[in-house]
Design a protein around this ligand. Structure first.
Ligand SMILES: [Zn+2]
Length: 451
């Protein structure tokens, strides 16, 4: 068991117990009996996860004296998708059974059971079968509703079992996905440093340490992860569990999600990769590419001396609300998303006076801020190497992203969340379009890689 996790549990709002070690599945019964004395359990799994862990989970539950109802098992084929229809299926089934659900699976199964349990106002427990994302210990579910991927609110699990032997044996593509999701905490941390320095959102030192403390170590062995090395997978899983717990403690995804997740979220919301076979494009794969994209942008910004920024020019060029609204409508044409994006973009609009104040502050803190950001960030080229070493996509073409669409994401994804990131800094200083041009110029970071 990890000391870091034990300590972080004390700050978590929903999760009360975590069993995290090789062979942890055998402890599911003890964890369950302690959290839910006298309650019956019901496993929700798919055919694959039932075989690799579900049966052992049921045995452990029985051994601890827990009454076990007949499991709900999704077919192995077609691959389960986190769409709302599946939430309804599980919810309606669980409504007829007096038992605490035990989700046995990875991100998709957890998201479905988490939301279904949330709707029933019933606690649940998750047994994670892969180190594939940070959602086991996080609140909220990523679910496709009316074809659009969105985060639906619901509590985190009351208990979590993470058996590192099972996780290490998971398909390699899942471990690579978890690596991509965790890699995102590097630029996400930089975005928080930035928001803190500009007085937009202060860093919470305790929560910061939960994510950033174990991060470098968790990311340090991509090649071993590709080999399914037990110890390396355990480190990755620890980083992911800690990120989920940090989001619980902070009651927001800020500690673990910055601009790199906005790249991923936009592609998810627009359904990119849903039709990619045999496996739908994972969240972590998109976050990994988003992380490279954001790191490359930071590199260009850090080369500039913003302590000499022409604030008058930036304020003069700052759009009014109506101009901004029209810009959102111009680059987001999906009628299902437009309104929401206009609202989120306008939520972070500041008056010219406020912008002037913020940019003057930026000029003053810039020399110190540059040092902090450099310390936090990893070069974009290194992130690409790490992604390739773990077996994850590292270039937009690896995930079938059209080049122009990828390029446009720099501007478009700034509009999809009200959280302050490097994209906002680039926009407010009036540099975004120019920086993107530089990235995609023949000698720019992306221009050199166009093929
Ligand atoms: Zn994520």
């Amino acid at each position: 068991m990890s000391e870091l996790i034990t300590r972080a549990l004390a700050d978590a709002t929903d999760t009360k117990a975590i069993a995290f070690e090789p062979g942890a599945v055998a402890k599911t019964g003890a964890v369950f009996a302690e959290l839910f004395p006298g309650r019956a359990a019901i496993v929700v799994a798919d055919e694959r996860t039932m075989a690799i862990a579900g049966k052992a989970v049921e045995a452990a539950l029985r051994e601890a004296g827990v009454e076990v109802r007949d499991a709900y098992i999704f077919p192995g084929e077609p691959e389960l998708y986190a769409e709302y229809e599946n939430v309804e299926i599980v919810r309606d089934f669980l409504a007829t059974v007096d038992a605490v659900p035990v989700a046995v699976g990875a991100g998709t199964l957890n998201d479905i059971v988490k939301r279904a349990s949330g709707e029933l106002e019933r606690p649940y427990l998750v047994v994670g079968t892969a180190a594939s994302m940070d959602g086991y210990t996080a609140f909220g579910s990523s679910i496709a509703l009316d074809g659009l991927k969105q985060t639906l609110s619901c509590p985190a699990p009351t208990g979590c079992v993470a058996d590192t032997e099972i996780m290490a044996a998971a398909p390699q593509v899942m471990t690579a996905s978890g690596y991509g999701d965790l890699l995102g905490k590097v630029p996400a941390g930089a975005d928080w440093i930035l928001a803190d320095a500009l007085g937009v959102e202060a860093v919470d030192p305790n929560v910061w340490r939960q994510v950033q403390g174990p991060l470098r170590h968790s990311l340090s062995r991509p090649a071993e992860l590709a080999q399914g090395d037990l110890d390396a997978v355990a480190d990755l899983a620890e980083g992911l569990l800690m990120s989920g717990l940090a989001m619980q403690a902070y009651q927001s995804s800020r500690p673990a999600s910055g601009a790199e997740h906005q790249f991923s979220h936009l592609w998810e919301m627009e359904g990119h990769g849903v039709d990619v076979t045999p496996r739908r494009l994972s969240h972590g794969f998109k976050v990994g590419i988003g992380s490279v994209a954001v790191a490359a942008l930071y590199e260009l910004i850090l080369q500039r001396d913003l302590s000499t920024l022409d604030v008058d020019a930036a304020v003069a060029a700052w759009p009014d609300k109506e101009t901004l609204r029209q810009r959102v409508l111009d680059v987001h044409t999906d009628p299902q998303l437009q309104e929401q994006f206009v609202e989120l973009t306008l939520a972070k609009w500041v008056t010219p006076e406020q912008l002037r104040e913020r940019l003057e502050l930026l000029k003053r803190v810039w020399p110190e801020l540059v040092v902090k950001l450099r310390e936090q960030l990893v070069p974009a080229a290194t992130l690409q190497e790490q992604l390739r070493a773990v077996g994850a996509p590292a270039h937009p073409s690896d995930i079938d992203l059209d080049w122009d669409r990828f390029r446009q994401t720099y501007e478009r994804c700034q509009m999809i969340r009200s959280r302050y990131t490097v994209l906002d800094l680039a926009l407010e200083t009036g540099l975004l379009a120019q920086l993107v041009d530089e990235l995609f110029a023949p000698d720019g970071f992306w221009g050199r890689q166009q093929h």
